[in-house]
Design a protein. Structure first.
Length: 202
C-alpha cells in the first residue's frame, strides 16, 4: 500500500476495469486505441491486455492471411474483443403469472430467452419458482462452459436495490418488505442484484 492508502491490487483491478470498458465500448479496438480510451499508458495497457488475454477474457478477432503485409513494426495489429464465451449472466423478470428468464453473454448478446407461467402469485410460490428456474438455467449453461457472473432480477414496484428488498409491489399483493436478494442468494454462489423493472430496462 502506498502513502495515499491505495493498494497495488486495487490499482491493478482498476486498470483491468478501464481496459475492459474500453474493449466493450469500442468494437474491434486495437491495442493502441484501447490504451487511449482507457487513459492508461501504452505499456500499462499492453500488460493488462496480455493478462486478460491469458485469462481468456479478451480475444483477438480476425486472422492474418498469407496476403497480409506485415507492418514496419512487426505483425499486423489485430482488433480486440471481449470473449463472449468466457462468462454469462442470468436475468429474471417477475410479472404477475409469469417469470421470464434470459441469459446474456459477456458482450451483452442474448443467448436464450424462456418464459415460465406461474399459477400462484404468492410470495413463497414465486420465490421457489425463481430458485428452481435459476438452478435449471445454471445447469443448462454449465454444459456450454463459461462462468456465471451473477443473477439480476427485475420486478415491478418499489425496490431498495442496495438492500435487495422489495418494498412495495402493487401487482403482487403480500410482497411488501420481501428480502428477495437474500432469499435467492441462499444456495447460489454468485452475486444477485434486485431492481425495479424500469431500471433494469435502462
Amino acid at each position: 500500500m502506498d502513502k495515499n492508502g491505495i493498494n497495488y491490487l486495487d490499482n491493478t483491478e482498476r486498470n483491468k476495469i478501464q481496459v475492459l470498458n474500453a474493449v466493450r465500448d469500442r468494437a474491434n479496438a486495437t491495442r493502441r486505441e484501447v490504451a487511449a480510451l482507457s487513459g492508461l499508458s501504452v505499456s500499462t495497457s499492453k500488460r493488462v491486455v496480455d493478462s486478460l488475454q491469458k485469462d481468456g477474457v479478451i480475444i483477438e478477432v480476425g486472422r492474418e492471411s498469407a496476403t497480409d503485409e506485415p507492418s514496419k513494426r512487426g505483425r499486423k495489429a489485430r482488433p480486440l474483443s471481449l470473449n463472449p464465451g468466457f462468462a454469462h449472466a442470468i436475468g429474471l423478470s417477475i410479472r404477475p403469472g409469469m417469470i421470464e428468464s434470459c441469459v446474456l453473454d459477456l458482450n451483452g448478446s442474448t443467448i436464450s430467452v424462456s418464459n415460465y407461467p406461474v399459477g400462484d402469485n404468492s410470495r413463497e410460490i414465486v420465490i421457489n419458482e425463481i430458485k428452481r428456474i435459476t438452478q435449471e438455467t445454471i445447469d443448462r449453461m454449465d454444459n456450454r462452459g463459461g462462468r456465471l457472473l451473477g443473477v439480476g432480477v427485475g420486478i415491478i414496484g418499489v425496490v431498495s436495490a442496495r438492500e435487495g428488498v422489495v418494498l412495495y409491489c402493487p401487482s403482487l399483493p403480500g410482497w411488501e418488505d420481501t428480502p428477495l436478494k437474500s432469499e435467492i442468494e441462499t444456495g447460489f454462489r454468485c452475486d444477485v442484484i434486485i431492481d425495479d423493472s424500469v431500471s433494469c430496462r435502462t
